[in-house]
Ligand binder design. Sequence first.
Ligand SMILES: C[S@@+](CC[C@H](N)C(=O)[O-])C[C@H]1O[C@@H](n2cnc3c(N)ncnc32)[C@H](O)[C@@H]1O
Length: 217
Amino acid sequence: MTLGTPSSQAYGEPWYWDNRYAHESAPFDWYQKYPALASLIHLYVPHRHERILVVGCGNSVFSEDMVNDGYEDVVNVDISSVVIEAMQTKYSNCQQLKYIKLDVRDMSPFQAGSFAAVIDKGTLDSILCGNNSRQNATQMLGEVWSFNLALYHAAKFGAEGSSEQPTRALTDPILLDESGSSVEDVLGKNPDVHYIYVCTKALPIILPAIPLSSLTC
Ligand SMILES: C[S@@+](CC[C@H](N)C(=O)[O-])C[C@H]1O[C@@H](n2cnc3c(N)ncnc32)[C@H](O)[C@@H]1O
């Protein structure tokens, strides 16, 4: 970052991002780049013709890399009009990529079921830094449906292109237990990793119809 050292609270404010993108137009990927995460994306988004939504896209090349990897329909949204206009210009000749200014706290412009998958890299984190973070995060996560949660991790050096090999494959989930202690058992205390949460919609549980008369106490 070269805009001084803002309090992290600023990451939750739209003005901060407009200001940042007005001064820093070079592409930047937070946390991890596409090649480091590709195997996990392939696992959960196997059909490359399906429409994917990337929220809080910023000026990262993640979506461009997805297209280069064969994904055909990647819609990107961000709250910053500055970055959306820049990305619309940059990718005006790329029909697989669309950029739309949108606040993820209000997804009403899209119909339910418009996307096969939604990818967020760093946006919920930003929202959690700002004022009213709890309310904003709840609005972003929006729909209340039941989902299955899986946890993965990627070593931070993966983002920097280090030659050091991670000890586990990216696609090996960390089994979660009730207390959360399983994560520490696998990775140790304060591991230098990025966590990746994957939420998949759970199928509704259909209980077999049991006649009340057959229930006994
Ligand atoms: C930490 S950056 C991550 C950018 C990009 N996803 C990446 O991985 O490099 C967070 C992004 O979220 C965007 N953002 C913050 N609040 C948002 C909101 N309410 N709706 C949409 N985008 C938002 C910011 O403009 C910024 O581009």
